[in-house]
Design a protein around this ligand. Structure first.
Ligand code: AP5
Length: 218
């Protein structure tokens, strides 16, 4: 099954995608993670997108479509793909349809994670990840068992925050979401592919709701 998780910054797309990877052996394709990896490794593309990302603006369609194309061609998608943070514009949505058909795949469902903007500031400013294995945490909602030590890989002192996880960038990211990405809700609704889950529930309940949606589609 190939699914899109769609929602504003902090809706919980990455958190739920990580669970689906473990539960169903799916492949998570997060354009945000791919772009951050390009920045860390200092590629030309990574340097180009660096300021754009820190400001919370969208990277060009051409770059992100290229990244997804590479992954779809290279990856073993037998467990299905989770598109996390892609598509974010109508041009990206059209490109995804074409790319999937080129690799004899189709999109099965689009899951919109509905949240209230008021919770997003807290979710985003409280988020941190393990710099060693990438496991995600939150100061209030998902604390590590031992302070400063990653539950997953055991790394100590490796927690870090994203450069764009501040209130100023979040405002720009939210504007970009409502202006460029929210039209996709109507686009997928019209295609009969849109499902919704309440992203305000606990991380565990949202995961159960996503599994129910997927079971209903398959
Ligand atoms: P990207 O990395 O995709 O960021 P985003 O869309 O802003 O989404 P986030 O990762 O911030 O949020 P999330 O929904 O994954 O939340 P999470 O699960 O971590 O993109 C970053 C940048 O890259 C963009 O601004 C843009 O510049 C560029 N970019 C990427 N893709 C692009 C594209 N396709 N086109 C153009 N540009 C692109 O959860 C957040 C926190 O809340 C965590 O701490 C988590 O523990 C906690 N949490 C999660 N769920 C719950 C819950 N139910 N209850 C309580 N806490 C929860």
């Amino acid at each position: 099954m190939n699914i899109i998780l769609i929602g504003p910054p902090g809706a919980g797309k990455g958190t739920q995608a990580a669970t689906l990877v473990k539960k169903y052996n799916m492949v998570q394709l997060s354009t945000g993670d791919m772009l951050r990896a390009a920045r860390t490794s200092g590629t030309d593309m990574g340097n180009t997108v660096s300021g754009v990302m820190d400001r919370g603006e969208l990277v060009t369609d051409e770059i992100v479509i290229g990244l997804i194309e590479e992954q779809l061609k290279a990856g073993d998608g037998s467990g299905g793909f989770i598109f996390d943070g892609f598509p974010r514009t109508l041009a990206q949505a059209d490109a995804l349809n074409e790319l999937l058909s080129k690799v004899d795949q189709k999109l099965d469902t689009v899951i919109q994670m509905t949240v209230d903007d008021k919770v997003l500031v807290n979710r985003i400013t409280g988020r941190f990840t393990c710099g060693s294995c990438g496991e995600g945490y939150h100061e209030e909602f998902k604390k590590p068992a031992t302070h400063d030590k990653c539950d997953k890989c055991g790394a100590v002192g490796a927690f870090k925050k994203r450069a764009d996880d501040n209130e100023d960038s979040l405002k720009t990211r939210l504007m970009a979401y409502y202006k460029e990405t929210s039209p996709l809700i109507g686009y997928y609704y019209a295609k009969g592919q849109l499902q919704q889950v309440n992203g305000l529930n606990s991380i565990h309940s949202v995961g159960l709701d996503i599994s129910k949606v997927m079971a209903g589609v398959s």
